[in-house]
Design a protein around this ligand. Structure first.
Ligand SMILES: [Zn+2]
Length: 139
């Protein structure tokens, strides 16, 4: 067919995500959790890191602007907006650890959970708890 070659290009090998016209240099991926999945937008560099283990450990925090939607198993629905984002910074003997949760805005189920290497650069509006007191200025 006349346009078949062009059409085929729209279905690329999906290992590194789908590249689309409106999001040049963006790669679409999915964070898969027990209660659902979250659709994310990555840069090429992030997509390569994500491809290694499908986690956010190497990539770090993704704010709501980098999320296009999610599917919740409990609601059995997909939503075209970001889930609720909660970050907990917990104190430990040797420093701290950081937990990131993406929760369904409707039923509050945790869709995806990840540990993060660092809380650097996370907007305080997402930080629910900071036991170190270094990242959220007390009000
Ligand atoms: Zn839900």
């Amino acid at each position: 067919m006349f346009f078949s070659v062009k059409y085929n290009k729209k279905i690329p090998p999906l290992k590194r995500g789908t590249k689309e016209k409106n999001y040049e240099h963006s790669y679409f991926h999915t964070l898969k959790g027990h209660n659902g999945c979250v659709s994310i937008i990555l840069t090429e560099d992030q997509a390569v890191k994500f491809g290694k283990d499908g986690s956010l450990w190497e990539i770090g925090f993704l704010p709501s602007e980098k999320i296009t939607g999610y599917y919740c198993n409990k609601c059995k629905s997909s939503y075209e907006y970001s889930p609720e984002i909660c970050v907990f910074i917990r104190r430990e003997k040797e420093g701290f650890f950081v937990e990131l949760f993406y929760k369904c805005k409707e039923c509050k189920k945790v869709l995806f959970f990840s540990d993060l290497q660092s809380p650097e650069g996370i907007d305080p509006k997402y930080i629910v708890l900071d036991e170190t007191g270094d990242y959220v200025i007390p009000t």
